[in-house]
Ligand binder design. Sequence first.
Ligand code: G3H
Ligand code: 13P
Ligand code: ZN
Length: 312
Amino acid sequence: MALVTSTEMFKKAYDGGYAIGAFNVNNMEIVQAITEAAAELHSPVILQASAGARKYANPEYLQKMVEAAVNNCPDIPIVMHLDHGPDFETCKACVDKGFTSVMIDASSKPFDENIAITKEVVEYAHAHGVVVEAELGSLAGIEDDVKVSAEDSSYTRPEEVEEFVSRTGVDSLAIAIGTSHGAYKFKPGTKPQLRFDILDEVVKRIPGFPIVLHGSSSVPQEYVKIINENGGALKDAIGVPEDQLRQAARSAVCKINIDSDLRLAFTAGVRQTLKANPDMFDPRGYLKVSRQYVKDVVTHKIKDVLGSENKA
Ligand code: G3H
Ligand code: 13P
Ligand code: ZN
């Protein structure tokens, strides 16, 4: 199967009460881990590359690795998505290079400016058969080198979504309901709780419209422990409880973004293997372990959190 857009995927996910995992890709092992897990579970999947990932890996290498994954997993639908597109030019470059989906993230701009930039991307992307995700409200955390403090983050205002969606023509909408980017999502000692009341209000205003959740890593403590026991120092890393993500996946949330959990699993594999094998210097020795840990995380997400197993 060639790369597909997310249109059909989201429709089925909405109606079926599950969500599609959107996993960030930065290197070959991560691309392989995600797509092998998805193929074994017969699950649709979204591979997403940030501007930072494209800069790190070189856009052409990333693209070719995704192409190779598509060829190796002919039985599942795969979307190639630009994560947090910072401007029209980056979105255009991805559309021109064959991405099937792009996000334009102008959520830090005033409402009308966000609409204007999103609309420009939508017009270009749709003319080329590519779908567009945009964002209303802003999440705390770090994306590329931009850090948004908890004080500067803001929940999505449900009263704005209808106008935003109809004026931009966008295909899916990322909203802020308490998730955040990175591995430190909640203050220690507080109870992590997403704002399902805001999600419900949004859905009432745009029924049937696919919603996206960014910042949805759960920060598995088993990997944090491995990292900390093998020379790491990740203190008070806390993620979104998986039962709340499952609840979101059952509703209008059709795409759930996960990056930090893959980074934690990958790092755990490298640290653990090198500490246990001080004489090892063949990268394949430790990257093989990291790839397996990332695959284990993706398998668990698909089966137990997203509910997308056997939905390809
Ligand atoms: O939302 C942010 C993603 O985790 C991508 O992070 O911009 O460091 O590649 P990045
Ligand atoms: P996490 O940092 O929670 O994995 O979020 C990833 C994300 O939103 C990518 O866009
Ligand atoms: Zn994000």
